[in-house]
Design a protein around this ligand. Sequence first.
Ligand code: ADP
Ligand code: MG
Length: 252
Amino acid sequence: MIEVDRLSHSIGGSGILKDVTTSIPAGGITAIIGPNGAGKSTLLNLIARQSPIESGRITVDGLDVSTTDTRQLALKMAYVAQNTGVASRLRVAELVGFGRWPHCHGRPAQADREAVTEALALFSLDGLENRFLDELSGGQKQRAFIAMAHAQATDWLLLDEPLNNLDMFHARKLMRDLDTLARERNRSVVMVVHEINYACAWADHVIGMRDGRVVIEGPVEDVVTEAGMRTLYDLDARVTEIDGHRHVLHHV
Ligand SMILES: Nc1ncnc2c1ncn2[C@@H]1O[C@H](COP(=O)(O)OP(=O)(O)O)[C@@H](O)[C@H]1O
Ligand SMILES: [Mg+2]
């Protein structure tokens, strides 16, 4: 379980996260939803120790994010940021290989090479392993970063808007793959997602943020309601069920 206790964060004097207390259950998929600027990326960023915590406490399976040894955290969780700016003269296989760094410290053994091969195959990157990152489409690049995080073989996968740039086929495939990882390999996935119907179809738990606060959380049935959509987005949307799945009709 990830526990966030009274977390506050400000940037340049303005409050970005305001006394956030929440917990993320282990196992399955948790979706973080909410409007632009709600603080979703900031929250994920702090969980992944990309910036120092100013106030409050975060633990991941009992490990305090502020004080735990870097290598131990790198074996516990992998993180893919929303904007993955990185040296683009890097080949796909090299990028995915970075995921093995906490395991092999730059001296890959057979098991590390196998993990890279498996990750490349799982995220449909076969045949692209020798391409440079700047020779990929946005969606291919996105999948390469997720493959790197997968190769890290951690209990937790933290993904900030992993569906960005993915076409319908690859978006659905990614969600199915993440679901399989969660169910069959006991991974816990935390993802920021804007497309609410993906959250409905796949999330076990939903955290809704707005203005630096968690304003609504729970299973899909409790969060994704017409009242919930108004609370989060000021949006009058029709919420219905299709084949037993909650569905938000928000395009018209
Ligand atoms: N580096 C930064 N400098 C100043 N403000 C920032 C910075 N990063 C984020 N913010 C602000 O913090 C708020 C939350 O941002 P973010 O966590 O990225 O939101 P979300 O991911 O929910 O869209 C926004 O209002 C954003 O403008
Ligand atoms: Mg964001």
